[in-house]
Design a protein around this ligand. Structure first.
Ligand SMILES: Cc1cc2nc3c(=O)[nH]c(=O)nc-3n(C[C@H](O)[C@H](O)[C@H](O)COP(=O)(O)O)c2cc1C
Ligand code: SF4
Length: 428
C-alpha cells in the first residue's frame, strides 16, 4: 500500500535526532504559529472536529467532541493531561513517539491547550520510560528557552506551562481518572463517573485527557487542514494510525498506516508474515483487552467500526499475532494473571473475578480442570461486565469469553487429557 507517513515521517529523514533544531528544520511548530497568529481557539476545535480525529488511547472517542464538553466560563482553571502511561499489553507506539519525536507531542499539547483554554498542562509519562521522560523533559526545557512555552508564546497573549510527571508503573494509572488521582498524589484508583473529567477532573476542575498519539496528530491537522486529514482512511476512522505488531511475525514493529488496511495486509505484507511459514491461529487486534480474531477475520479492515462488527475492537492498536503452536488456555492464563495483578481492588466483581479467572484457567492449563469449569468461566465473565467503576473488569472478561467462543474444543481437550496438548509451550 502506497502511503505517505505523517506521524513517523522523521524516520525517513537520514540522521534525524528529534531535537528542537531538527523538528524546526522540518516544519515543526509551524502549526502552532498558524493557530496563534490566525485562528481563534474555537476554530482549532472546529478543525479537529471536522478532521474526524478519534482518540488513540483505547476508546476511539472523537477528540474535538470531547474538547467541546469543557464548560465555557466555569470560573475554574481548565487542565489538559497528555496520557503517556502506555501500559496496555502489546502496545509500544506512544513510547516511540515520546522518545523519537517529543516536540510533535508537545506541539500537539500546546495546540490542544490553546483550543480548550488551558494554561497549565501535565504530561504523564509511564514510570518505566526513563529515556522517554528525559527526552520529553528536554523538549519542554527547549520549548521554554525558545518561546514556545511560558508567557506570551510567539508574541501572542497565550501563556502555557507544561509539567512532566512520571508514573510509578501501574496499568490502572492509564485509565483517565486513575491517572488524575495519581497526578494528585493519591493511589491510582479510578473514580466513579459521572462526573466525567470534562466537568470535574484534575483538582475537580474541567480537564481533558488525551493520548500521546492523539495529540501528535494535531500539528498536521492544523497545518495541512481538516479536509486533507479526513480524506485519509475510512470516513469514520480518519487519519493515520500506529499499529504495534508483535508475536509470531517476521517483522514485529510499529507500522503507521491508514485504518483501511486489512488485517491480512498488515500481517502478511507489512509485518512479513508468520515466522517459519507456520499457520496463523489467532490475532489480538487492539491490545490484550480486545477479543481475539481468527483466520476467518483476515479481510477485516482495521478501523473502529469494522473491528467492532467483527466482534472485537480497535483498542490501543496493538496487534498480537499467534501461530498454530500457541495454546489459547495458556494465553488466557497469562492475560488473566495480568488483570488480576493490575486490578485496583475497589470493585468486588473485578477484584474477585480476575482472581477466579486466573485460578480456573491455571488449573485447566495444568491438567486439573473440570468440564464444569468452562461454563464457570463464562459465568464469571458475565458477572464482571458492565458493573464496575472502570472497564478494567470488562477488559479482563471479554478476551477470555472470546477464547472460549473460538477455541472451546481446545479447552475441552485440556480437561479430557488432563494436560496441555501443546506441552505447556510458551504462549507468546
Ligand atoms: C484500564 C485502562 C487502562 C488504560 N490505559 C491507557 C493508557 O495506557 N494510555 C492511554 O492513552 N489511554 C489508556 N486508557 C484510556 C484512557 O482512560 C482514556 O480514554 C484515554 O487516555 C483518552 O485519550 P484519547 O481520547 O486521546 O484516546 C485506559 C483505559 C482503561 C480502562
Ligand atoms: S473495575 Fe477493577 S480496576 Fe476498575 S475500579 Fe473497579 S476494581 Fe479498580
Amino acid at each position: 500500500m502506497a502511503y505517505e507517513r505523517i506521524l513517523t515521517r522523521y524516520q525517513e529523514i537520514p540522521g534525524y535526532t528529534g531535537t528542537m533544531d531538527a523538528y524546526l528544520a522540518h516544519g515543526g511548530y509551524q502549526a502552532l504559529a498558524k493557530a496563534l497568529q490566525g485562528m481563534q481557539p474555537a476554530e482549532v476545535t472546529e478543525a479537529v472536529k471536522r478532521s474526524g480525529l478519534r482518540g488513540r488511547g483505547g476508546a476511539g472517542f472523537p477528540c474535538g467532541v470531547k474538547w467541546g464538553f469543557i464548560p465555557k466560563n466555569a470560573g475554574k482553571p481548565v487542565y489538559l493531561v497528555c496520557n503517556g502511561d502506555e501500559s496496555e499489553p502489546g502496545t509500544f507506539k506512544d513510547r516511540m513517539l515520546i522518545e523519537d519525536e517529543p516536540h510533535q507531542v508537545l506541539e500537539g499539547i500546546i495546540l490542544a491547550c490553546y483550543a480548550i483554554g488551558c494554561r497549565r498542562a501535565f504530561f504523564y509519562v509511564r514510570g518505566e520510560f526513563g529515556r522517554g521522560a528525559e527526552r520529553a523533559q528536554r523538549a519542554i526545557d527547549d520549548a521554554y528557552a525558545r518561546g514556545y512555552l511560558g508567557r506570551n508564546i510567539l508574541g501572542s497573549d497565550f501563556d502555557l506551562d507544561v509539567v512532566l510527571h512520571r508514573g510509578a508503573g501501574a496499568y490502572i494509572c492509564g485509565e483517565e481518572t486513575g491517572l488524575l488521582e495519581s497526578l494528585e498524589g493519591k493511589r491510582g484508583q479510578p473514580r466513579p463517573k459521572p462526573p466525567f473529567p470534562a466537568v470535574a477532573g484534575l483538582y475537580r476542575c474541567p480537564t481533558v485527557v488525551n493520548n500521546v498519539e492523539t495529540l501528535s496528530n494535531l500539528p498536521h491537522i492544523i497545518l495541512r487542514g481538516a479536509e486533507w486529514y479526513a480524506a485519509i482512511g475510512p470516513a469514520k476512522s480518519t487519519g493515520p494510525r500506529l499499529f504495534s505488531v508483535s508475536g509470531h511475525v517476521n517483522r514485529p514493529g510499529n507500522y503507521e498506516l491508514p485504518m483501511s488496511i486489512t488485517l491480512r495486509e498488515l500481517i502478511f505484507e507489512q509485518a512479513g508474515g508468520i515466522r517459519g511459514n507456520r499457520r496463523l491461529k489467532a490475532v489480538i487486534p487492539g491490545g490484550s483487552s480486545s477479543p481475539v480474531l481468527t483466520e476467518q477475520h483476515l479481510d477485516v479492515t482495521m478501523d473502529f467500526e469494522s473491528l467492532a462488527a467483527a466482534g472485537s475492537m480497535g483498542g490501543s492498536g496493538a496487534v498480537i499475532v499467534m501461530d498454530d503452536r500457541t495454546c489459547m488456555v495458556h494465553v488466557g492464563e497469562i492475560v488473566s494473571r495480568f488483570y488480576h495483578h493490575e486490578s485496583c481492588g475497589q470493585c468486588t466483581q473485578c477484584r474477585e473475578g480476575t482472581a477466579w479467572l486466573h485460578k480456573v484457567l491455571h488449573r485447566i492449563e495444568h491438567g486439573k480442570g473440570r468440564q464444569e469449569d468452562l461454563d464457570l468461566l463464562l459465568d464469571l465473565c458475565d458477572n464482571m461486565k458492565g458493573k464496575t467503576i472502570c472497564v478494567l473488569s470488562d477488559a479482563a472478561a471479554m478476551p477470555i469469553e472470546s477464547y472460549l467462543k473460538h477455541f472451546r474444543e481446545e479447552f475441552e481437550q485440556h480437561v479430557r487429557e488432563r494436560a496441555c496438548p501443546f506441552g505447556g509451550a510458551e504462549a507468546f
